[in-house]
Design a protein around this ligand. Sequence first.
Ligand SMILES: [Zn+2]
Length: 150
Amino acid sequence: MKYVKMGLNTIEIDEYRTKLFYEKANVVSQTCSCDYCQNYVYCCTDFPPELNRVFTELCINPKKASEVMEFFKDDRGNHLYASFYHIIGKAIEVIPENEPIIDLSNEMAKLEKKTIYFDITDEIFIQSNDMMSPLMQICLEISLPWVLQK
Ligand SMILES: [Zn+2]
């Protein structure tokens, strides 16, 4: 188990099963061939370092989102996206003694300044391919450039 602190929440992550899930999962542009998903996957390579750190600590491969949604193009030509991910884990109140805790509060604050929002909850409304438990759902809200050559 791995313990990650994000803002007010401490999450206990089943590192092994989450990593296994992402090894088997498809890149979202393989599951959906629309331009929005293709563009999203291209943009994953250029995510800011603090966002990459959050994904790494949560054992998530950002290209393997469970769901990607594009909302609109803003006046600067960026596209507002929401993407959803799953991890096997749960929020905990009491952290076991002598366990190291990875604190991502700094990263979360930096992301918020860049208007990148990262939300983690145990309310699941996006289906994942696997029957996994306990499950947490992550929503990333991010504005991305259009890099697809179309
Ligand atoms: Zn798509």
